[in-house]
Write a protein that binds this ligand. Structure first.
Ligand SMILES: [Zn+2]
Length: 268
C-alpha cells in the first residue's frame, strides 16, 4: 500500500526519466483518453508529490494529478515500451523510457490552480513540512477522535498510511485510542519528528523499517522483511520488547496494530 514515501520516490523517478523531454501520453484502456490527448506531445517539465498525491507538470501549465489509492501501481523502465497489456490507464513514453499506470483512484488533468486547491485541503506532509508539527497539532489538540484515527486523516498529516501510523505510535509508547485533545504538545512534536525520520529513511531505502537494530534478532542495516516492524501485521505475535501479544482492531476502515504492554491505556 503506497504511503507518502512511495509517491516521493515516484516523483523523483519520473523527473529523472522524462524531465525536459517531449513525451507521448496515451490511455490504452480508454478511461483517460481525453486527458492524455491534452498533454501528449508536450514537454514533461517535472514531477512532484505532496502526501499521497503525485503531480506531473507539462509545458503550458497543464498538470496530471494521480492518486494511487489502495490498488494503483506505476511501473517504469528504460527503453521502448512493450505492447500494452491489461487495464492500462495511462502510458507515458519518452526518448529515455516509459511509465505505465494501472488501478489508480484518480488520474485527471488539472490547472495549476486546481492543483493548489488539492494541496490546500491537505495537512502538512512530514516529508515536505519541517514545521508541520505545530500546524497538525492545532487539529489534533481540539479533536476527541483517537490519535490513531487522526494520524490517518490526510487533513492532519498528509502521506501517513497504515504502516507509519501503527509504528510511530508504538515507538512513542502512545495508546492509539487516546483522544487527540489528551495528547500533549511535546508528545506530538516528538512523534512528528520521529515520523519525519522514518519517512525520510523510507524515501532513501524504498522500504519502511521502524525497528531499531537492538530490537531485531540479527542486528544489521538491512533487516529481513519479518524484522522490519514492531506491530504492523504482527497480531497474535509477542511484542519484540515486552513479550505481550500484539493486538489488532479495525479503526477508520483499516487494521490497527498495537502492543497493550508498551502502549498502555492511561488511567483517568
Ligand atoms: Zn510491548
Amino acid at each position: 500500500v503506497p504511503e507518502g514515501h512511495t509517491l516521493h520516490r515516484l516523483a523523483t523517478l519520473h523527473t529523472e526519466l522524462f524531465a525536459g523531454d517531449v513525451v507521448a501520453v496515451s490511455s490504452p484502456q480508454g478511461r483517460f483518453s481525453d486527458g492524455a490527448a491534452l498533454v501528449s506531445g508536450r514537454r514533461f517539465e517535472r514531477a512532484h508529490s505532496y502526501g499521497k498525491h503525485l503531480f506531473h507538470e507539462y509545458s503550458g501549465g497543464t498538470v496530471v494529478h494521480v492518486h494511487l489509492g489502495l490498488y494503483g501501481v506505476f511501473t517504469s523502465a528504460a527503453g521502448t515500451a512493450p505492447q500494452p497489456v491489461g487495464a492500462l490507464r495511462m502510458r507515458i513514453e519518452g526518448p529515455r523510457g516509459y511509465a505505465d499506470l494501472r488501478g489508480a483512484t484518480v488520474c485527471e488533468v488539472l490547472t495549476p490552480e486546481q492543483c493548489d486547491a488539492v494541496v490546500s485541503r491537505l495537512g502538512p506532509d512530514p516529508l515536505r513540512s519541517p514545521n508541520g508539527a505545530s500546524r497538525s497539532f492545532a487539529r489534533v489538540a481540539r479533536s476527541r477522535a483517537p490519535v490513531a484515527a487522526l494520524l490517518m486523516d490526510q487533513g492532519v498529516a498528509a502521506g501517513v498510511g497504515n504502516v507509519f501510523r501503527a509504528e510511530v505510535l508504538y515507538r512513542a509508547g502512545l495508546d492509539p485510542f487516546r483522544p487527540g485533545r489528551d495528547v500533549d504538545g511535546p508528545t506530538w512534536t516528538a512523534l512528528w519528528a520521529d515520523l519525519r525520520r522514518l519517512m525520510r529513511a523510507a524515501v532513501r531505502s524504498g522500504r519502511i523499517v521502524t525497528t531499531r537494530p537492538g530490537d531485531r534478532a540479527s542486528p544489521g542495516d538491512t533487516p529481513r522483511a519479518a524484522a522490519t516492524h514492531y506491530v504492523y501485521r504482527r497480531a497474535g505475535l509477542p511484542c519484540r520488547r515486552c513479550g505481550e501479544t500484539v493486538r489488532t482492531e479495525v479503526l477508520v476502515g483499516r487494521n490497527l496494530f498495537w502492543c497493550p504492554g508498551c502502549q498502555p491505556r492511561r488511567r483517568r
